[in-house]
Every structure is written in structure tokens, then in C-alpha cells.
Design a protein around this ligand. Structure first.
Ligand code: 13P
Length: 241
């Protein structure tokens, strides 16, 4: 399982130190990985301070180009040099505010894989699509367009319904189960595939989500900023094994 904290554009250098102090005394179970995704300038420190605590580090996005005149972008080579294990690609906030299209996501994921970093490709439907009952078809289409060709192992898909992000509302457990089953079915040729759920996961609803055997972890926004809650979610995942 993978419990991943997407800090988005929150928290500072001091918070990395605070997090380290808390996790220093925390037992990481080797069957459940913990990873955090801080803002780019904090990645180096996070790696430096947290790798002794068995916590993985990841980036929140990366360029789809290897290097060159792309002001403000961050290359996968830097992400790799820092020692990130994961890179989130195509988060719905990146799709909405930074025009990360399906073809960008496929290109960036292909680059990420070439540096032995595991992409966490985000998919998820809008409320409108959900109401039209088109979710499964929409997600299949996103996956077909975003997943790199020739990949046969090590991929994470984060299912994050847009209407569940930051709203406190989650799909029914049955809906989560069904969408995850659909994703697993679509990508059955990939070894070591993880399908994780994201969108308003908290320390109260997580146990029931982790009970679903098609859920291989969670991508957590708001609740990952409250370290106590994040660790409670982690413990709940361990309990589920
Ligand atoms: P929230 O957990 O705040 O809903 O955010 C989910 C998310 O976008 C994680 O990537």
C-alpha cells in the first residue's frame, strides 16, 4: 500500500523539520509505504531529513521536456538527482490551472519512467460526468490517453474525482470499489500496479476506504497537512493488512 501526502502549495521549511521530529518516533511498517510531496524548493531538504525515517519523497509535477528554455519548469533530471521515488503527473489542479493535457501527461510520464521514477498519474471525473453516469468510460479514456506505451510495471494511478477534492464529500464505497476495479481491469498487463484513492480522505473515512481490496492506498491533500491525522491515516492502512 502507499500512503501519499500531497502538500500542494502549503507548508514551509520548518514544517519539514517538525514532520521529521514527529516521524522520528513513528514506526513505518515495510508493507505500507509513506511518501510526501512538498513544494519543489523543499524536496532536497525533505530527502535529506526524512530518508533515514523510511519516508519516500515525490514531486508534484515535472516538465514534459528533458531540458532547455522552459522558464519556471522543473526537469525530471533534477527530480531524479534529488532522489525522488515518485512524481505526480496530471493532478486535476495542474490540468485546470496549468493546462496539463492528456498528451502532456503521457509525455511527462514517459520521461519520468525513463529516469526510474514511478509516475502517479491522476484521473478523475467532474460532477457533470458523474451525473451522466459516464464515469467508467471517461476514466478508461483518460487512462488510454495518459499511460505511456510500452510500460509493463511500476505505475500508480490516483483516482481523484474532481468533486471530491477539498469538499469533504467522497463517493460511496461501492463507487470507489467499482471505479478502481475498472482501472485495474484496463491496466491488468502492468505488474506492480497500484490504484490509490484521493479526495477528502480523512482519519474518519479512511478505514472503510482501505477495507476495499481494490484500493492500494491514498493520495491525501488537506489531511496530510495535519501530521497527526496523516499518521492516523497511515496507521489505519497498516491495520487493514
Ligand atoms: P484533499 O484530500 O484535500 O481533498 O485533496 C486531495 C488531493 O487533491 C490529493 O492530491
Amino acid at each position: 500500500m502507499l500512503i501519499a501526502g500531497n502538500w500542494k502549495m502549503n507548508l514551509k521549511y520548518d514544517d519539514i523539520l517538525k514532520f521529521r521530529d514527529i516521524v522520528n518516533d513513528f514506526k513505518i511498517d515495510n508493507r505500507v509505504e509513506m511518501a510526501i510531496f512538498p513544494q519543489f524548493p523543499l524536496l532536497y531538504y525533505a530527502k535529506e531529513y526524512l530518508s533515514n525515517c523510511n519516508i519516500e519523497i515525490g514531486a508534484q509535477t515535472c516538465s514534459s521536456e528533458l531540458n532547455g528554455a522552459y522558464t519556471g519548469d522543473v526537469s525530471v533530471e533534477i527530480i531524479s538527482d534529488i532522489g525522488c521515488k515518485y512524481c505526480i503527473i496530471g493532478h486535476s489542479e495542474r490540468r485546470e490551472f496549468h493546462n496539463e493535457t492528456n498528451s502532456f501527461i503521457k509525455k511527462a510520464s514517459t520521461l519520468v519512467l525513463s529516469k526510474n521514477i514511478i509516475p502517479i498519474i491522476c484521473v478523475g471525473e467532474s460532477e457533470e460526468i458523474k451525473n451522466k453516469k459516464d464515469t467508467n468510460q471517461f476514466i478508461r479514456n483518460q487512462i488510454r490517453k495518459c499511460v505511456p506505451d510500452n510500460i509493463n510495471s511500476d505505475l500508480v494511478i490516483a483516482y481523484e474525482p474532481l468533486w471530491a477534492i477539498g469538499t469533504g464529500i467522497i463517493p460511496s464505497y461501492e463507487e470507489i470499489f467499482n471505479v478502481h476495479t475498472n482501472i485495474i481491469d484496463e491496466l491488468s498487463y502492468i505488474e506492480n500496479l497500484k490504484v490509490i484513492y484521493g479526495g477528502s480522505v480523512n482519519s474518519e473515512n479512511c478505514a472503510k476506504i482501505f477495507e476495499l481490496n481494490t484500493v492500494h492506498g491514498a493520495l491525501i491533500g488537506g489531511s496530510s497537512l495535519k501530521f497527526k491525522d496523516f499518521l492516523a491515516i497511515y496507521k489505519s492502512a497498516v491495520k487493514q493488512l
